[in-house]
Design a binder for this molecule. Sequence first.
Ligand SMILES: [Zn+2]
Length: 74
Amino acid sequence: MKCKIFSSEAQKNGFCTLHLQAYQNVIEKFDVWREASAILWIDYLVEIQKNSLTGEWAKDVVKHRFKGENGNVK
Ligand SMILES: [Zn+2]
């Protein structure tokens, strides 16, 4: 199973199924966090990177997908 994160051989969405699932979880969780604390997207990304409860799959996605972005892309 290969995807952008571990290989240049990207699939349709750029992520393998497991990473895509992790990515969707990150997006969904952001909505919950935002309702609770009005957190900014970029701050949220920083927080989940620091959070030891965040799965490794999700961390991979965040590191890869949002590297170098300004935080205004969801
Ligand atoms: Zn993957």
